[in-house]
Write a protein of this length. Structure first.
Ligand SMILES: [Mg+2]
Ligand SMILES: [Zn+2]
Length: 189
């Protein structure tokens, strides 16, 4: 039996929760509001046996707009809101750095590679990233995962799939797992 696990890497802002306006950041727990259906989608991913990890750019930390402590409180709030729907994330990774100063700010793949390093049972090639920005897709491509771009409207993307929201993406991921068994999650169409 293989102990390999598939991960679903979830972007945070705009994927799990309502994004702050352009140029602004979520700076307090009260500012975090889940998108419709997001928590139930995470619960379904949990129930499917997938390893769910949040991967989020938080450049506002580098810019002094929120502290690491505030960021931790926001992530705790996220966990509480998910738990109200019986959902959880298995891990969370944030890039607190400014643009061009690190190897983990998406579109760089560092957050995904760190997750794989800390959890050797994860197979990136059988994993998927879901996000509302092309930088999420790019991070997944560089890390070797399958990719799903979230967009409610038609969008040009290098992603393997475009889904309208996280519930639709979760259905796609879980459906792929069902139909392919131990095969790669990827490249169903
Ligand atoms: Mg986003
Ligand atoms: Zn970084």
């Amino acid at each position: 039996m293989s102990a390999i696990r598939r991960a679903v890497f979830l972007d945070r802002d705009g994927t799990l929760n309502v994004k702050a306006p352009d140029g602004e950041y979520i700076t307090s727990p009260a500012g975090l509001r889940l998108l419709p259906g997001a928590a139930d989608a995470v619960r379904q991913l949990n129930e499917a046996g997938l390893f769910v990890a949040v991967v989020t750019n938080q450049r506002g930390i580098a810019r002094g707009l929120l502290s690491l402590h505030a960021h931790a409180q926001i992530m705790t709030r996220l966990a509480v809101l998910l738990a109200q729907h019986g959902a959880h994330v298995d891990a969370a990774y944030a890039c607190p750095h400014d643009t061009g100063t690190c190897d983990c700010r998406k579109p760089a793949p560092g957050l995904l590679l760190r997750a794989a390093g800390e959890h050797p049972d994860l197979d990136l090639r059988q994993s998927v990233i879901v996000g509302d920005a092309e930088s999420d897709v790019e991070a997944g491509l560089r890390a070797g995962t399958w990719t799903i771009r979230l967009s409610a409207i038609p969008v040009g993307s290098r992603a393997d799939h475009v889904a309208r929201d996280l519930p639709a993406a979760a259905s796609l991921v879980i459906g792929a797992q069902d139909s392919h068994g131990r095969d790669r999650l990827a490249r169903v169409s």
